[in-house]
Design a binder for this molecule. Structure first.
Ligand SMILES: Nc1ncnc2c1ncn2[C@@H]1O[C@H](COP(=O)(O)OP(=O)(O)OP(=O)(O)O)[C@@H](O)[C@H]1O
Length: 313
């Protein structure tokens, strides 16, 4: 059953069309990704879903409500992450949660939330003394403090280190396991692939595809690429004649063999049979990056979240 229905959403800022024509539905209980490069219109789209912006065209329904007309009710039932700059420096974690909790009629247990988010030890820490990851987790806690039916998480892992990112992914799955529908806005392919049940790829204000990660991958084919450096002579023609192999390429001393998933086993068996030793074995499978390139005709801006040091803001 859809909890969010967006139809032909259109939004412009002056002459700039931010969202041209976006339609999608989000089902109850899923993690739905809104994926696309910087400036694609993702944030504008979810701001219209939250009722923070009024659409210039199209319709948005959230839990059967109009997010602009029924803003008060939608705010009670949809949790959204705060921008970190919206909290005063001196406010302590526990105080922030108490304050935001008072805005809601359904109130989460704060100690449970602090435990769940790994913030129990920081309950009396002032906001400005939190690390980037802790601030990020607090913003998620604030999105959950009103026990929402839908949580909208925008660029959740930007600025987190790899461990922080993995912890946050586990957290998103736990949120979903509690029955909360999650809308995850991201421009990181790996994050979308790992977390989302379905996702909409948005580019220049338009939806270019909506599917499961596996469905998107199947659109770009299922070819695997096996790379290795033979340490003994091996004939390309011999590799090319193996069942399932669709291509053999040599780049310097590296050989790349392509084919379906089983091609790895085929190649390894053939090399073992002929006592060909090898080094540098690696296998590449199609990724959402490949799907994005194939759907939009160009590469996404980023495939891996930058570390804190690389953060621009
Ligand atoms: N308040 C605004 N006034 C004018 N233009 C805006 C405003 N907000 C966004 N835009 C423009 O609208 C387009 C879509 O922006 P939006 O923030 O929705 O994209 P996004 O996909 O969320 O990007 P990012 O990943 O960088 O946050 C961009 O070209 C952006 O510059």
């Amino acid at each position: 059953m859809p909890v969010i229905e967006v139809e032909h959403l259109h939004k412009r800022y002056g002459d700039k069309i931010a969202v041209d024509d976006v339609s999608f539905t989000v089902d109850q209980g899923e993690i739905f990704g809104v994926l696309g490069p910087n400036g694609a219109g993702k944030t504008t789209t979810v701001e219209c879903v939250q009722g923070l912006r009024r659409a210039d065209g199209g319709t948005v329904r959230v839990l059967g409500l109009d997010p602009v007309r029924d803003r008060t009710e939608v705010r009670q039932r949809v949790g959204a992450q705060l921008q970190e700059s919206q909290l005063p420096d001196k406010l302590r974690v526990r105080e922030a949660l108490d304050l935001y909790r008072s805005f809601y009629r359904n109130r989460a247990d704060i100690d449970g939330l602090l435990d769940d988010l790994g913030l129990a030890a920081q309950r009396d820490t002032a906001f400005h003394k939190l690390s980037g990851g802790q601030k990020q987790r607090l913003s998620v806690a604030l999105a959950l403090v009103g026990r929402p039916e839908i949580a909208i998480l925008d660029e959740l892992t930007t600025g987190l280190d790899p461990q922080g990112r993995r912890d946050t992914w586990d957290l998103v799955e736990r949120i979903r396991d509690r029955g909360v529908t999650v809308v995850l806005v991201t421009h990181f392919m790996e994050e979308a692939e790992r977390l989302c049940d379905r996702l909409a790829i948005i580019d220049t204000g338009r939806v270019v595809a909506i599917d499961t990660p596996a469905g998107l991958l199947s659109r770009v084919g299922t070819e695997h690429r096996v790379h290795f450096r033979p340490l003994d002579p091996v004939d390309d023609a011999l590799l090319a004649a193996l069942p399932e192999v669709t291509g053999v390429r040599r780049t310097g001393d590296e050989v790349t063999v392509t084919g379906p998933e089983q091609v790895l086993q085929t190649v390894l068996s053939a090399l073992a049979e002929r006592q060909v030793r090898y080094a540098g074995l690696r296998v590449e499978q199609p990724t959402l990056d490949d799907a994005f390139v194939s759907l939009t005709g160009r590469a996404a801006r980023a495939t891996t979240p930058p570390s804190t040091d690389e953060r621009s803001s």
